[in-house]
Ligand binder design. Structure first.
Ligand SMILES: Cc1ncc(COP(=O)(O)O)c(C=O)c1O
Length: 367
C-alpha cells in the first residue's frame, strides 16, 4: 500500500511501461561518448530524414504557432482522401499511428472485454488493451509471424478488437494480401480488426495489399498508417486511420480535439506529395537490408528476413551483446520484452551506419 498518493486503478498499476529505443543524448551522457559519434538504429526511423520540400513546409508552418491547429485536419484529410480513394469522413488523424491504436481501444474496449493479438507483435497492442482494464489474448506466433487460423480460433464472445501488424514489428514478417484479405473477411463483424500498416510504404508495390479498398466491404476494418517510418517524420507524431464512417465518428468522439499539431499536418501534406523521395527511401532501404544481410551472413549470424526497415538478428546473449554495442556507440533495440531474449532488432541505417553496426557486432561477438 502506497501512502501519500491516491491509488491508481489496479490495471494501470499493473502495466509494464513501454521501453523506447534509447535516445542518443542519453547514451552519450551515460557512457561519456561524443553524441556525434553515436549511431542509433533502435527505433525504425528513416535514416534519410524528411525531404528538403518537407523541411521547407515545416519551416513555413513554424512561423504560425499562435493559433490552435485545425482539429479536423481538413487539408491533410483532403490530400489523403484523394490519394487513397476514400471520403475524408473515413479518415481519423492521430498523434502518431500509436494514437489510432489507442483510440480503437478507447472506443471499443471495456473492462472485461478482450483483444486478440499475436505473440511477438507490436508492444502497444497489449499496453493499450490492458490500459482499458481489458484482457489480452496473445496467440503463439508461427515462424515468428501471425498464426492467422489460431488468431481467429482465439476469438471469444468477449473479444471486441483483433490487432494484426503487417509487416510486423519487431519480427519483420509479412502476410500475403490474398491470405490477409480472406482472414479479415472471416472475422465476425462484431470484432473490430485493426490492421496496423506502419511499415506499408517500405513494402514493394507488388507486396502491398489493397487494404484501404477492403474497408468498403469490411465495415469492421481499421487500417492504420504512419508518417513516422518511410516518411521520416517520427518526431512530429502523425499517423492516420482509414475506416468506416461510423467507426471514424466513434474514434473522433474519444480523441483529443487538437491531437495533431499544425506543423505535423503541414509536413505530412508535403511528404505525401513528394512521391519521388518516398520511392528513393524504399530503394535505399532495400539496399540497406541487402547490406545488413550480407554482413550478417559473413559473420555467420542468423537473422529473420524482413519486410520492414529493420532486421531481427539472433545474437545469443542479447543483453550482453547489446551492452558491448552500446560501449562502441551503437544503439540497437533489445527485444526480450517481446519474448525474444536471444535477438536484437536493428533498424536499417545509412550505408556507413550499417557498416558501423556490422563492425561493432563483429567485435562484440569476438569474430
Ligand atoms: C507496428 C507499429 N505500429 C505502430 C507504431 C507506432 O508508430 P507511430 O506512432 O510513430 O506512428 C510502430 C512504431 O514503432 C510500429 O512499429
Amino acid at each position: 500500500m502506497t501512502h501519500g498518493v491516491p491509488q491508481a486503478l489496479d490495471h494501470v498499476a499493473r502495466l509494464a511501461p513501454y521501453v523506447p529505443g534509447r535516445p542518443i543524448e542519453d547514451v552519450a551522457r551515460e557512457l561519456n561518448l561524443d553524441p556525434a559519434s553515436i549511431v542509433k538504429l533502435a527505433s525504425n526511423e528513416n535514416p534519410r530524414g524528411p525531404s528538403a520540400k518537407v523541411i521547407a513546409a515545416i519551416a513555413a508552418a513554424a512561423t504560425d504557432v499562435t493559433r490552435y491547429p485545425d482539429g479536423y485536419g481538413y487539408h491533410l484529410k483532403e490530400a489523403l482522401a484523394t490519394r487513397l480513394g476514400v471520403t475524408p469522413a473515413q479518415l481519423v488523424l492521430g498523434n502518431g499511428s500509436n494514437d489510432i491504436l489507442e483510440l480503437a481501444t478507447m472506443a471499443y474496449l471495456h473492462r472485461g472485454d478482450a483483444a486478440v493479438y499475436s505473440q511477438h507483435a507490436f508492444a502497444v497492442y497489449p499496453l493499450a488493451t490492458h490500459a482499458r482494464g481489458a484482457k489480452g489474448i496473445e496467440v503463439p506466433a508461427k515462424d515468428f509471424g501471425h498464426d492467422l487460423p489460431a488468431m481467429r480460433a482465439a476469438i471469444t464472445p468477449e473479444t471486441r478488437i483483433l490487432f494484426v501488424a503487417n509487416p510486423n514489428n519487431p519480427t519483420g514478417t509479412w502476410i500475403a494480401p490474398a491470405t490477409l484479405e480472406a482472414f479479415i473477411a472471416s472475422i465476425p463483424r462484431e470484432v473490430l480488426v485493426v490492421l496496423d500498416e506502419a511499415y506499408n510504404e517500405y513494402l514493394e508495390p507488388a507486396d502491398r495489399a489493397d487494404s484501404v479498398g477492403w474497408v468498403g466491404r469490411c465495415p469492421n476494418l481499421v487500417v492504420s498508417r504512419s508518417f513516422s517510418k518511410a516518411y521520416g517524420l517520427a518526431a512530429l507524431r502523425i499517423g492516420y486511420g482509414v475506416m468506416n464512417e461510423t467507426v471514424a465518428d466513434m474514434f473522433n468522439r474519444v480523441r483529443q480535439p487538437f491531437n495533431v499539431n499544425a506543423i505535423a499536418q503541414a509536413a505530412a501534406i508535403a511528404a505525401l506529395a513528394d512521391t519521388e523521395y518516398l520511392e528513393a527511401s524504399r530503394a535505399r532501404n532495400r539496399e540497406g537490408l541487402a547490406q545488413l544481410y550480407a554482413g550478417l551472413t559473413a559473420l555467420g549470424v542468423p537473422y529473420i528476413p524482413s519486410h520492414g526497415n529493420f532486421v531481427l538478428v539472433k545474437v545469443g546473449d542479447a543483453a550482453a551483446v547489446n551492452h558491448a554495442l552500446l560501449l562502441q556507440g551503437v544503439i540497437v533495440r533489445p527485444v526480450a520484452s517481446y519474448g525474444l531474449p536471444e535477438y536484437l532488432r536493428v533498424s536499417v541505417g545509412l550505408p556507413a551506419e550499417n557498416e558501423r553496426f556490422l563492425a561493432a557486432l563483429k567485435s562484440a561477438l569476438g569474430r
